[in-house]
Write a protein that binds this ligand. Sequence first.
Ligand code: BG6
Length: 502
Amino acid sequence: MTSQIENNLNSTIVIVGGNGDLSLRKLLPALYNLQKRGLLDKVNRVIGTGRAELSQKDFLDLVTTKYLEFVCSDKSKIQQCGHWTKFLSKVDYCRLPADEPAQYDLLKAMITADGNRPPVTYYLSTVPALYGSICQQLKSHDLAEDSDRVVLEKPLGNNLETCNEIHAAVAEVFDESNTFRIDHYLGKETVQNLLTLRFSNALFNPLWSNRYIDNVQITVAESIGVAGRADFYGKTGALRDMVQNHLLQILSMVAMEPPAKLNADAIRNEKVKVLEALTPMKPDTVRDNVIRGQYTEGAIDAESVIGFLEEDGYGASDGNNDQYANTETFVAIKAEVHNWRWSGVPFYLRTGKRLKKRYSEIVIEFKRQPFSLFEDDPNDFANKMVITIQPDENIRLHTLHKKPGLSGKLKLQPVALDLSSDPLGANDSYDAYERLLLDIVNGDQTLFMRSDEVEAAWRWTDSIIHSWTEVGLGVMPYSSGSMGPNKSLALPERDNKSWHEG
Ligand code: BG6
């Protein structure tokens, strides 16, 4: 859906938490890239806000330093092209601590400094518990107008109840059609490509159901540990941090019915039906369907790394991190989408930190041949479509071919057909945040989660947490550099299947 702001030139983006990690690493660099591509003309001002006492110059210096640290260490590149200076000329800073509401008047003065009041996008990149009060402050200072937008970063609560509280507080100020809930996985090229792959190819559509698909696997493996966010992660865990949002969003794109139209609401209507069809976990099913793990010390790329409980930053003055002894840094789940299309097809999901390597992929495993015609063929090969989201983006169809040569026998050999649209990476790649920020500027909500999607996702994840709490399902240790607890291998193996190792 495209809302009123679309045709308005000269809008302002306010990043609440502008001097925070996400803003400096991702949002401002993404806005800069859009500027370089000539796609930021509709935005004439970017105001970062934060608690810190910073002059505009301090802030611009910080933005530049962090850009050089995280994105491009070659200073001459940004000095020469002129885009950086042009971009910085749009950037400003406003000190806005949550507990000093009078500062909102200053923000108002900055927004209206040019004499007119532009449409504003408020990007909330701060602690979600503050989202409600920030929106209230915007309203009470006449800073929230009908054409303004709000962008909400995850995590939206830590269960359905707290999510509902955030949604209700935000909805008092911003209409759903102006609320953009970010899941940056939806901005990744390959995740978007699921829509075109599925709905523009007559080839795949007839195969896309329990008639021909045996199982679906979604793996999001990370090699990093808690990466400086120990305290947040200790309280959150892998299920809330990754499954509730990223993995379920991918799952809903894989499993959704064809939408009636290609607009935001038609697509989101279909995605939410998938999330609502997930069979809730119960105390008597959770042990068989969920594996929780926690990384211990080990080695990644031949470098030793410490275990989760030894990480710094938990805030315990005595160094005792036992409060997080039961936080999962890995989770594997066998999920079921209980509807006509998918009944009987297991969806295996897994994600974790400090795994062997960083990769994210979706595997669609097709059913095997009823029998094999070929000599010496054990008929244990399954066609698979492997959709790799990162580190590279590609789609491979695993098939069997004749082994070339003059041998009289038809010998088989596996061949992975490359279906990538850009296998050589010739096209300019972009970061997920560029895609999403551009869509926000253009008012397109297709790649943003609607409130009912987030709530349905929480309903299902809450059922898992309640069940594992009730039966006391603990975390199993796994060495850093492995692919999680050994028991997670048994999850598909019990069904006579196995994880595709990317
Ligand atoms: C974030 C999680 O949403 O996604 C992080 O909070 C995780 O814990 C990150 O590391 C992974 O994103 P990406 O794009 O690097 O796979």
